[in-house]
Design a protein around this ligand. Structure first.
Ligand SMILES: Nc1ncnc2c1ncn2[C@@H]1O[C@H](COP(=O)(O)OP(=O)(O)O)[C@@H](O)[C@H]1O
Ligand SMILES: [Mg+2]
Length: 290
């Protein structure tokens, strides 16, 4: 028998205003397992159900039909809602809405303080969390004076100071400039390397390449699933879903139309460069040069 995943979603449907005359069916028959230590990326255009799915994973929403288990706890079991929220932490899109204190350090301490931890443990966790997001030098600053990217890293520190097993980022880089985005991605990468399970919702396709697995959502369903390489090889289907592929993949595709045997499923710059070099070597050999 396969080991119990961290999160198990079984035939979940979710409707807003379920009791009303006009329910909005946001999730339809979703099945999903998230393994411990995995880095899962969720993509899909606006309104496809990504945020609704995320909120069903930490009991912010309860399925209209079907079940969600987190560490074996069913999200319908109100006795374990606290355990579930401590296991699965969530970071949202707009960093300002997540800041509660007037000093960075206090802001990060806010969540774990409510866990009733001893003072020393609390300080240790806050220091560690600030270290991971590289915000230690700003620990005494006022959060509202930070850049959007720094604020988002403080918000992430606040969640990871609770030491969740899983971190969900719901378009947490959407409001940031490229530098801010890279800082957040680097922090998430370090967290994942330290063993935290990551679920990242994004509409930036090059960010999806960071994941072990990508799922694509469309109208409340999971319509594609696989490694970034597998998913992004379906360029035409993704375009039909109004989604892009990473620029690198797009370039590989364009090259494959002109260069025989050029691979189409490339997702990193390095791969494209080495394949271009290889192709030009072949070319020279064919033409008896070099
Ligand atoms: N609070 C809400 N009340 C009613 N409908 C909602 C609410 N939140 C989202 N929806 C609807 O549910 C569907 C899925 O939305 P959402 O999960 O936010 O998608 P995404 O995060 O992919 O943009 C959309 O049709 C959206 O309009
Ligand atoms: Mg959303």
């Amino acid at each position: 028998m396969a080991p119990e995943p961290l999160i198990r979603v079984e035939d979940v449907s979710f409707s807003y205003n379920a009791e009303s005359e006009h329910p909005i069916e946001a999730l339809k028959h979703i099945d999903l397992r998230v393994e411990k230590g995995e880095y899962l990326v969720v993509v899909g255009h606006n309104g496809s159900g990504k945020s609704t799915l995320a909120k069903n994973l930490n009991a912010l929403l309860i399925p209209t039909r079907g079940q969600v288990w987190v560490n074996g706890w069913n999200t319908r079991d109100s006795a374990h809602v606290r355990d579930i929220r401590r296991t699965v932490g969530m970071v949202f899109q707009i960093p300002d809405n997540q800041i509660v204190a007037t000093v960075v350090e206090e802001d990060v301490a806010f969540g774990p303080e409510n866990l009733g931890l001893p003072r020393e443990e609390l300080q240790k966790r806050v220091a560690r969390a600030l270290e991971v997001v590289e915000m230690t030098p700003c620990r005494q600053r006022a959060p509202h004076l930070l850049s959007a990217g720094q604020k988002q890293r403080v918000a992430i520190a606040g969640v990871i100071a609770m030491e969740p097993e899983c971190l969900i980022l719901d378009e947490s880089t959407a409001m940031l400039d490229p530098v801010g985005r890279e800082g957040v991605l680097a922090a998430v990468r370090r967290l994942h390397q330290s063993g935290v399970t990551v679920i990242a919702i994004t509409h930036f396709m090059h960010e999806a390449v960071e994941g072990d697995r990508v799922i694509v959502m469309e109208r409340g369903r999971i319509v594609m699933e696989g490694s970034p390489r597998e998913v992004f090889s379906h360029v035409d289907e993704l375009r039909e879903l109004q989604l892009d592929v990473p620029q690198v993949t797009e370039l590989a595709h364009a090259l494959s139309r002109r260069i025989p045997a050029f691979p189409r499923d490339l997702v990193t710059v390095e791969e494209v460069v080495s394949n271009v070099l290889r192709a030009s070597t072949r070319e020279r050999q064919v033409h008896g040069e070099g």
